[in-house]
Design a protein around this ligand. Structure first.
Ligand code: DGT
Ligand code: MG
Length: 409
């Protein structure tokens, strides 16, 4: 769900029921003995080639595409009092993503600010980006607005079939190699990754020529590693992770929360066991972890800590839900809250109408303000949308006001 909770873990990394490996798993990797005598497989599934693409300073880039006069100047995108992103000119002047507007202006007085509270044009560009990647292969999975995974295994296979085996040594690698490791073009996995880097460069070139977008790519043998490696060189660059660099990449993450798939709640439970670094998690006896988290989650996150991830790239298709949210910080009366809800509903109904599908359910989620605990739990209530209301949405009649949210709360 767009704009969904920062305390939720991405479902592309949730353990599969019973801890079974994903459909693409292939035990081809080395095995690492763990300190408790059990053997943990490391880097299985070496046959896949996955690209992770992340657009550069996304909202700022969209603003510069819409208004080329902004190019070359330090630019920040503002939502309320926060500057949610800024272009690389601003970053070079010491401005960082998610700084307060006040601090950003202090760092860079010539900073130009644009309001980014209406996400419409970012969403539109986001779906164009995904659609472009889908022209190359249907195996594209959206992850947030400006990130996609692409499974290019088959594209790599087809290209390699077109090369003569004795010419493999002439394949060149595009972009960087993590840790500057040497590529051995006699090693089948290195050959596939080198070919994968060529495909990634083509995807990035198409993004630029067709949509004017730049971004970073990570090329690796699974989703987790491709995501972790893609930001090594920024902006507008790409990096390949060879299997030999996996351990260094995982050890470079000082905190377990930097492992995609390990969220705040899991990290908190790990902290009660004294586990904070990735190394701590890797070397923790399985029995201790399983007692705290259950065997499925324990095995899953321990595998993640070694850089193992058998989850497939699941084509996203159309979004399953549409949502909008606001912090309501500027509202101090019930009337103001109602007005804000009406604005949110109007924008949501507009998107629903453009989408063309009929909605079934409406859900209202609240998170109570807590100055001390930003992870305060969300509470939700949902109910089916009455059929006569669904009919009216289909006709584009958008005069509903707050009455649509006729839930128990
Ligand atoms: P990058 O990838 O480092 O070049 O820069 P961005 O701006 O693409 O950053 P990224 O990929 O983390 O996030 C994509 C967009 O999502 C970003 O342009 C603005 C938005 N965004 C990121 N973090 C936040 C946040 O904490 N709050 C809000 N409201 N939006 C955010
Ligand atoms: Mg980005």
């Amino acid at each position: 769900m767009e704009g969904s909770g920062d305390d939720e873990e991405p479902d592309w990394l949730l353990p599969e029921p019973g801890g079974s490996p994903g459909r693409d798993s292939l035990a081809a990797g080395g095995r690492v003995p763990s300190c408790h005598g059990k053997v943990v497989s490391a880097g299985s599934s070496l046959h896949r080639i996955i690209v992770h693409l992340d657009l550069d300073c996304f909202y700022a880039q969209v603003e510069m595409i819409c208004n080329p006069e902004l190019r070359g100047r330090p630019l920040g995108v503002q939502q309320k009092y926060l500057m949610v992103t800024c272009n690389y000119e601003a970053r070079n002047a010491g401005v960082k993503k998610c700084m307060s507007v006040k601090e950003a202006k202090e760092k860079c007085p010539e900073l130009v600010l644009v309001n980014g509270e209406d996400l419409t044009k970012y969403r539109e560009m986001s779906y164009k980006f995904t659609a472009l990647l889908e022209e190359f292969t249907p195996l594209v999975e959206r992850l947030g607005l400006d990130e996609n995974f692409v499974d290019i295994t088959e594209m790599v296979e087809i290209r390699l079939e077109q090369w003569k085996k004795d010419a493999f040594s002439k394949i060149s690698l595009s972009g960087h190699v993590y840790n500057n490791q040497t590529v051995d073009l006699h090693d089948p996995v290195h050959i596939r990754l080198a070919m994968g880097s060529q495909v990634a460069a083509e995807l990035r070139a198409a993004m630029h020529s067709r949509l004017g977008l730049t971004g970073c790519a990570g090329v690796a043998t699974n989703k987790l590693l491709s995501k972790l490696v893609s930001g090594t060189f920024k902006p507008n660059q790409q990096t390949v992770l060879l299997p030999e660099g996996r351990q260094d990449l995982m050890n470079s993450l000082d905190n377990v929360m930097k492992v995609p798939g390990i969220g705040y709640k899991t990290a908190k439970r790990l902290a009660t066991l004294g586990l904070t670094t990735v190394r701590d998690l890797q070397t923790c006896p399985a029995a201790i972890l399983e007692r705290e988290l259950g065997s499925s989650v324990a095995q899953h996150i321990q595998k993640l800590s070694w850089g193992e991830d058998d989850s497939p790239v699941s084509p996203s298709g159309l979004p399953q839900s549409l949502s909008d949210e606001d912090s309501f910080r500027k509202c101090s009366s019930e009337a103001e809250v109602k007005k804000k809800i009406e604005e949110l509903l109007a924008s949501l109904l507009d998107r629903l109408y453009k989408d063309g599908r009929k909605p079934h359910t409406i859900r209202l989620t609240i998170r109570q303000f807590s100055p001390t605990n930003k992870w305060f739990n969300r509470e939700s209530r949902q109910c089916p949308i009455p059929s006569h209301v669904v009919q009216r949405i289909g006709t584009g009649n958008r005069r509903y006001g707050c009455r649509t949210s006729n839930c128990r709360r």
